[in-house]
Design a protein around this ligand. Sequence first.
Ligand code: DGY
Length: 316
Amino acid sequence: RRLLRSCEDKAGKIFDAKFNSNDELHSQEKLIKLSEGCDGILSALTDKLDAATINKLPESIKILSNFAVGFGNIDLDAAKKRNIIVTNTPDVLTDATAEIGILLILGACRRAPEGIEAAKESNWKWSADYLIGKQLTGTRLGILGMGRIGQAVARRAKGFGMSIHYHNRNKLHSEIESELEATWWESLDQMISRMDIISINCPHTEATHHMIGSNQLNLMQKHSYLVNTSRGEIVDEKSMTDHLISGSIAGAGLDVYENEPKIDPRLKKLKNVVLLPHIGSATIEGRVAMGEKVIINIKTVADGHTPPDLVLETLI
Ligand code: DGY
């Protein structure tokens, strides 16, 4: 995909690079064809590098440098079998993504979409019971996936007076746990059933696919909210939409969707959801730093070294 001009200029100076100047969404066939004669691919989350595609890549490909912290678009096993290195862009978009998480929590709890629409259409008048939302102070936030981004969300949420709970494969180091005053839940289901807000911050892998399915949605409390800034595939979008429509959960804040850029049309009609178009990492600071990272990862591999952001599949 097309990157920021400054990043492409730099890549063009360092590598013999082929760019996607029309920012096309390449088909798998085209990706394979375009990679002929190349040593690496700088991919984006919209490039589906599944096993069938990876198996057909030319022998010369040594690295898939993903312009994202997420890597659910790449079949890691297939890459490993072909000895192709996979890298991502961690750290540099942690704060940006956590900020969007907080925006969605606030937006959903304080009914921002309804307020914005009413203000723009001038069809409102103040009254004591108008657009009553939920205050964050004292609410219980359950974070699914307490890696870098989950912890950054927790830090911010703590500032709003929320109590922090998390489900992660491993318990956090005790120092971080006490800094965040965070409570670890070994059971996702038990955590879900006791929270006011659930924030999804784990990577999308085979193990996390539809981790929030109808069973988990059924466990959520009627007054609770679901926020997802990670990957749409972690949530069963159809089931979540059914729950939002029936009112069995109070609302949702979403930056990611199961079939991007498509969004379940029923979701778009709902008042109790805040919908954003996958902009979690879309800050100038984030994009510039992501560009630096993809270049550094490719250059390091080209120079025969282990890249700094080697992806080792981590489950939550
Ligand atoms: C990421 O880096 O995974 C983001 O979702 C891309 O915007």
